[in-house]
Design a protein around this ligand. Structure first.
Ligand SMILES: [Fe+2]
Ligand SMILES: [Fe+2]
Length: 480
């Protein structure tokens, strides 16, 4: 009976995903979201992350007891001929066990059904479809800010997870073939297990893979470290920022470089990018996703933070020919011109063919849009900015020869900004003009950054201790 109820819930969720309009958070008839938010699968925090490439998916969920976790996978909705994939379990920060499973050998363009099983826990049956070999669509959001309940706001988890679900619903109504969520950090406001569980509530996140980066708010707690189940982590890093490492994955003809800009260890960042690029020599497109924005903080202290992080990252973006950079943190929507060496080499335009530089983009927050407009210090490199109190999301279409970005406010029918980058050759990236003196300076900055990262981790250790987290000093020092 329990299984039938779960499967009915799953069907109900699917119906909600595909047919409903956005559920207003203030509506009295929120029984559908009540059922989703209170479901066993939300309590377990079941979520699907991107795997190393389209043939893989990674899963996370929480249980109260320690058992070998299993994902049961089939191409058949009745789960006939299902294959079991076993994973690992470890203690999470709040006392639960966190389960990680990777499934492999998936085919392109194929629908799969799965359920997660561990001890007494058995999820509903969910489905997902793999993308084709060359083309796919993604939704890019940032600063989702799932926020824990407090005395002042006892429905914060409920409301903020509904905010994310509404944005995803809106995106899927526009584009049902979305096959990836790119989330550029600050998934949670305090880095807590309860927040990450609520982050998973939307049933969409059980049917498309999620690729997250570490925001400064994710680093306020320690749970992101066990929550995120990401591929190809750069574990060789000498210094990390305690809750995770840089990682990469490939989808279609795109190498996604997922970087942790909380970590100032420049030597590690450049080594990570070099390794990822060398291991994927045939990809045509390179997209960097990171949290801290680089050109449009639009608050004085953020502008100075931008300038320091830019010193580290802009030369890496130039040297490795990154096509598109997706960022967050400022909660303010901007798209740069085509930039090289921190300067405009071509204006942002609806169609950009073989640009000789990189477009940097920051989307607006899902649950905390910026309320005031302030001009920044780098307006000469910004091609488009947009002040809105509405959350925004972006549908990215990756094809053989182009990347198209279409930006929407949640609830609006019309695109408020769009652009396409097209390449007429198979070569990835764009030309890099080497300069020995500049290279020496960049190496110096990267070394200083690595030293700074260690001191930053010492500060982080005392903050975490003060907040009552049980962390080891040596682990924290090197960010492990
Ligand atoms: Fe944020
Ligand atoms: Fe942030």
């Amino acid at each position: 009976m329990k299984k039938i109820t779960k499967n009915l819930l799953c069907i109900l969720m699917t119906a909600v995903m595909l047919t409903t309009a956005i559920i207003p958070s203030f509506a009295a008839e929120n029984f559908v979201w009540d059922a989703i938010f209170e479901s066993d699968d939300t309590k377990a925090g079941l979520i699907m992350f991107a795997g190393s490439d389209e043939t893989e998916r990674n899963f996370t969920w929480y249980t109260e007891t320690e058992n070998t976790p299993v994902i049961t996978l089939s191409t058949n909705i009745l789960m006939i001929g299902a294959e079991d994939f076993e994973g690992t379990t470890e203690k999470a920060s709040d006392g639960d066990f966190v389960n990680h499973v990777t499934i492999t050998n998936l085919d392109f363009d194929t629908t799969y059904y799965y359920k997660a099983v561990s001890g007494d826990y058995e999820s509903a049956v969910y489905s997902f479809r793999t993308a084709s070999e060359d083309e796919f669509k993604a939704v890019y959001m940032t600063d989702i800010h799932i926020t824990n309940d407090s005395e002042e706001n006892t429905t914060s988890l409920y409301d903020t997870s509904l905010g994310l679900h509404n944005a995803l619903t809106d995106a899927f109504i526009k584009e049902p073939d979305i096959n990836l969520l790119i989330s550029a950090g600050d998934q949670a406001s305090d880095g807590l297990e309860a927040e990450y569980k609520a982050f998973t509530a939307s049933p969409f996140l059980k049917s498309i893979p999620v690729a997250t980066t570490i925001g400064n708010h994710d680093r306020k707690g320690v749970e992101y470290k066990t929550f995120a189940n990401v591929p190809n982590e750069y574990e060789e890093a000498k210094v990390s920022s305690y809750v995770g490492d840089n990682y990469w994955f490939v989808k279609g003809d795109v190498l996604f470089l997922m970087a942790d800009t909380n970590n100032a260890s420049g030597e590690d960042h450049v080594a990570f990018v070099e390794k990822a690029v060398n291991e994927n020599p045939d990809v045509k497109w390179k997209v960097l996703v990171a949290h801290h924005d680089l050109y449009s903080g639009r608050i004085p202290h953020r502008e100075s933070e931008n300038a320091l992080i830019r010193l580290m990252w802009a030369p890496i973006v130039d040297e490795y020919g990154i096509d598109l950079v997706l960022l967050g943190h400022s909660h303010f929507y901007t798209v740069s011109n085509v930039l090289y060496n921190n300067k405009t080499v071509a204006p942002l335009a609806p169609e950009m063919v073989d640009p000789a530089g990189t477009v940097y983009m920051v989307s607006c927050s899902i649950n905390r849009p910026r309320e005031e407009e302030e001009l920044g210090l780098n307006e000469d490199v910004i091609g488009f900015d947009y002040l809105t109190l509405e959350p925004t999301y972006n549908i990215l279409s990756f094809t053989d020869d182009s990347i198209t970005v279409e930006s929407y406010e949640v609830g609006a029918d019309e695109v408020f900004n769009s652009f396409t980058i097209t390449k007429t050759t198979d070569d990835g990236g764009h030309e890099y003009k080497e300069n020995a003196i500049v290279s020496m300076f960049n190496n110096f900055v990267r070394k200083i950054g690595s030293i700074y990262a260690i001191f930053n981790n010492i500060g982080r250790y005392s903050d975490l201790k003060e907040d009552g987290f049980d962390v080891d000093f040596l682990d924290c020092l090197l960010g492990r």
